[in-house]
Design a protein. Structure first.
Length: 132
């Protein structure tokens, strides 16, 4: 195996690690919110214990996510970007605006404005778009 393919493989692993960590953090935060809604205070000891365990997961995942490369401010949680997104700008085919392609936890890809807003919501030509 040559150096180039080795580098390629390690980049894929980094991207996977980022997607998994952001996806897990997003799910853990949703889970904690759901537990808070479902179990109003005062809580049973086992409910407190279950929530503390999810809160500990969130803290651990936040540390991992904070160590990941920077991303646009408004990028929704859970959306993963290529590790080299800052170099990989493309253009919207309708309006020509610069966009970054990101991947939702479901695997669905979408274009984002440089600030992280989904370009499907901001494109001036969005009304002309048709589903393929
Ligand atoms: Zn556009």
């Amino acid at each position: 195996m040559d150096d180039l393919s080795m580098a390629g493989r390690s980049n894929v692993r980094d991207a996977d690690r980022g997607r998994v960590a952001r996806g897990d953090l997003y799910l853990a935060e949703s889970k904690l919110r759901a537990m808070r809604d479902r179990w109003p205070e005062p809580r049973l000891p086992e409910q407190d214990l279950a929530m503390a365990s999810v809160a500990a997961d969130i803290e651990r995942l936040r540390v991992i996510v904070a160590s990941l490369p920077e991303r646009p401010a408004s990028m929704p949680p859970g959306v993963e970007l290529p590790h080299d997104w800052q170099q990989r700008r493309s253009q919207c085919r309708s309006c020509g605006a610069p966009v970054i392609w990101g991947t939702y936890p479901s695997g669905k890809r979408a274009p984002f404005d440089p600030d992280g807003t989904n370009h499907f919501a901001t494109c001036p030509q969005r009304r002309e778009w048709r589903k393929p």
